[in-house]
Design a protein around this ligand. Structure first.
Ligand SMILES: [Zn+2]
Length: 227
């Protein structure tokens, strides 16, 4: 899927010894973490020293490892702030992975630039939009400083079209909720609603679903089609 991107993996115009920034962005269930893990593993196979950092807040699957929805995993280092990443990178590290960047603040931009300036290949993955479809900091700023960008698409859970938005299924209005299959689903632009939509089994709950009618397109995908 990503092999067709001219800049995917190890771009030919970027030379070893020169640092750079790769960003993998997209919605929930678009395979961002899977692609991050694939690139990190390939670097490790080439005997490059790799380190992967993840926000401590994200412990959905494992407190230590970085795990994709499809259960691919690499060893990860949980950190609280972007500064912790800077302090945690070892002198001989060639490749730094950072997952779920939306849980870091804008200091991450400075940290990523410092690492790339040192000659490190930095691979970042995270959401580019929040549950209302708004740009999700610090991703816009990361995209601006990146040498290589991969925008991953999921499959809309309602109509099957390519999807780049994360539909929240709970009524919370908090920008950050840690969750996966029971909290979010991937939706295309047409099927996405900025306000939270109740999951089918929750429709009897007193949530304001009247003002956000569900799409009339029939559900075509079986539940197990999710990543
Ligand atoms: Zn759709």
């Amino acid at each position: 899927m990503f092999g067709t991107y001219p800049g995917a993996g190890f771009p030919g115009h970027l030379q070893p010894g020169t640092g750079w920034v790769e960003v993998i962005c997209g919605s929930m269930f678009s395979g961002k973490t899977e692609e991050l893990i694939r690139r990190i593993r390939r670097a490790a196979i080439a005997r490059q020293k790799v380190q992967v950092f993840k926000p401590r807040i994200d412990d959905r699957y494992d407190a230590q490892a970085v795990v994709s929805h499809s259960d691919l995993r690499v060893e990860g280092i949980p950190v609280d702030t972007a500064q912790d990443i800077l302090e945690g990178v070892l002198p001989d590290t060639a490749v730094v992975g950072i997952d779920e960047v939306q849980f870091f603040d804008l200091q991450l931009i400075e940290v990523v630039n410092i690492l790339a300036d040192r000659g490190i290949r930095v691979v970042c993955a995270g959401l580019d939009q929040d549950y209302q479809g708004r740009p999700f900091e610090p991703m816009p700023q990361l995209l601006a400083i990146a040498e290589v960008i991969t925008k991953a698409l999921a499959v809309c859970m309602v109509c099957g079209a390519p999807a780049n938005r994360s539909q929240r299924l709970s009524a919370s209005e908090s920008r950050v909720i840690i969750g996966a299959h029971d909290t979010y689903e991937a939706r295309c632009r047409r099927c996405h609603h900025a306000a939270p939509v109740s999951a089918p089994e929750q429709q009897s709950l007193p949530i304001a679903t009247e003002s956000v009618p569900r799409p009339t397109v029939p559900e075509q995908l079986p539940m197990n089609f999710r990543e």
